[in-house]
Design a protein around this ligand. Structure first.
Ligand code: ADP
Length: 495
């Protein structure tokens, strides 16, 4: 027999034959056995001597309160008892018991071999659970000790940044004075308390949780432009890392806070200024474009070929400037969390038809064949009209911009389950694989010989992404350099 040290087992069974058989087998192997013939009796034993029962062998065919009720009561009370059920056929009620937290089920018609296969497995599971509990408590103890090391405390107090360390349950085990003053805390108020009670920020809490779970998506975020989190009136740049023990297990998380409230205020001032200038430029640029177009169309007199050529170039540059100004205004709006201005029922087919018609002129100028297929039956969609227009305009205009003369652009809008799917396919220059992950970053533009002469701000796709996210949708891109690009936007019909 594998099992050496004895285990406390409570057998709860009103069928005396089964009860005796279990007791005999268990006692013969040196386990301490108690018995109960009803749920009430079993509960009394568990409540009187908590910790005195390791494993419970529980019949599912007890009269009165069934065995299932007992499982639910024990689960609620968080008793660390491993429950093994017994029943005549281990049918539906046994499955229900496992869902409620029981470990497994034994048929009452068991042979000694069958009994021991199941019981030994349960004993192993119980021991593993107990070891896990011990390890967990040890993990906590290691970090709590750090807080009492005076030398270490002195070093940590000298940091100009705020520092907070939590255990694996996100309880604060260490914080320096700068962190305390940054968040208006005292050591007494913070130590031993969950970070969510002390620093009110769901985003920050999620960083701690991800660090403790060693979520791999956190590391690149912390390695890049570290996130700025708003806590009340303060803006803090955070860097969170897991704290690991010598075996590499995360036993907590450590976070450095850098107060950037004043820098953020400066950045806001700069952004507001940029918005204001963009706004002021929009009207004169549009008027300039109109006047150039009037002259180019010959409405102000005949033009020589040279004059037409120069004015044509001026018109293109002006258009580029208007796009830049519009991008800057859209981007600012999204940054301020205003990507959705008004939610209303939208006729997506009509919006796309109109947008595609407006874009057809630019396609024709480049001899690009543009097709637009819109499904007849589309689910109703509620969203922001300006946002949806911006998604359509940006993706279609990119397809035209980055497809050489004579190419094809195909736009489709259809239903996919509960979503509306918008797809733009071009056979243009494509996106090199090394750039594909970065095209949604703000101001990111691909620099190749082909794209050099194409104007743009690098904001279009980040604007599209912001709007799609605000509508709870998703955007996907497939592309191969030299072959073409496909963008697919999926929007839930009830955003
Ligand atoms: P831009 O103003 O430069 O067009 P975007 O944010 O709209 O900015 O796009 C970012 C970059 O992604 C572009 O500079 C371009 O290199 C690439 N890109 C976007 N759409 C396409 C496309 N359909 N085909 C090829 N490259 C594209």
């Amino acid at each position: 027999m594998l099992i050496k040290s004895s285990i406390n087992i409570l057998v709860v069974e009103n069928d005396i034959t089964v009860l005796q058989k279990c007791r005999e087998l268990l006692v013969n192997e040196g386990h301490r056995v108690r018995t109960a013939e009803s749920v009430e009796e079993a509960l009394a034993i568990v409540q009187k001597q908590p910790g005195e029962v390791d494993i419970m062998l529980l019949s599912l065919e007890l009269p009165g309160w069934g065995g299932l009720t007992l499982i639910n009561v024990l689960q609620k009370a968080k008793r660390e008892i491993l429950i093994m059920t017994m029943s005549a056929n281990c049918g539906e009620e046994a499955i229900e018991a496992v869902h409620a937290g029981a470990y497994d089920c034994i048929r009452k018609t068991f042979t000694a071999d069958r009994f021991w296969t199941k019981i030994n497995r349960a004993i192993e599971a119980f021991r593993l659970r107990r070891q896990l509990g011990v390890l967990t408590r040890q993990r906590q103890a290691v970090l709590s000790e750090v807080g009492h090391d005076e030398n270490l405390s002195a070093i940590l107090q000298s940091f100009t940044d705020g520092l907070v360390v939590t255990d694996w349950q996100t309880n604060i085990v260490l914080l320096n004075e700068n962190a305390a003053s940054l968040f208006d805390l005292t050591r007494e108020k913070a130590l031993g308390h969950p970070i969510s009670d002390c620093i009110k920020s769901d985003e920050l809490l999620s960083f701690f949780m991800r660090a403790i779970k060693s979520d791999s998506s956190l590391a690149p975020l912390m390695a890049g432009e570290e996130p700025v989190v708003k806590v009340g009136e303060r803006a803090v740049r955070v860097h969170v890392d897991p704290v690991k023990n010598e075996t590499g297990t995360a036993i907590g998380a450590a976070c450095l806070f850098h107060d950037v409230t004043s820098i953020s205020a400066m950045a806001k001032l700069r952004d507001d200024f940029l918005s204001m200038v963009s706004h002021e430029l929009k009207a004169p640029l549009s008027s300039l474009l109109m006047q150039i177009s009037v002259v180019l169309d010959g409405l102000a007199g005949d033009l020589s070929a040279k004059q037409s050529d120069l004015l044509g170039k001026a018109k293109e540059k002006t258009k580029g400037m208007i796009t830049l100004v519009n991008d800057l205004l859209d981007y600012r709006r999204i940054q301020e969390g205003k990507s959705i201005q008004k939610i209303e029922n939208l006729d997506m087919a009509e919006i796309l038809r109109r947008t595609a018609e407006l874009m057809r002129l630019s396609a024709e100028e480049k001899e690009i064949t543009m097709s637009c297929d819109i499904a007849e039956e589309l689910p109703s969609f509620t969203g922001d009209r300006g946002g949806v227009e911006a998604i359509f305009v940006n993706l279609i205009s990119n397809a035209i911009k980055y497809t050489p003369k004579g190419g094809n652009v195909n736009v489709t809008l259809n239903k996919a389950g509960k979503e509306i799917r918008f797809r733009v396919v071009d056979n243009g220059m494509g996106i090199p694989s090394e750039d594909i992950d970065r095209i949604f970053d703000k101001f990111y533009r691909i620099k190749t010989e082909e794209t050099r002469s194409i104007s743009g701000s690098g904001l279009g796709l980040s604007i599209v992404k912001g709007i799609v996210d605000a509508h709870n949708g998703s955007i996907r891109v497939e592309s191969e350099a030299g072959k073409g690009t496909t963008f697919v936007v999926s929007l839930p019909s009830e955003a």
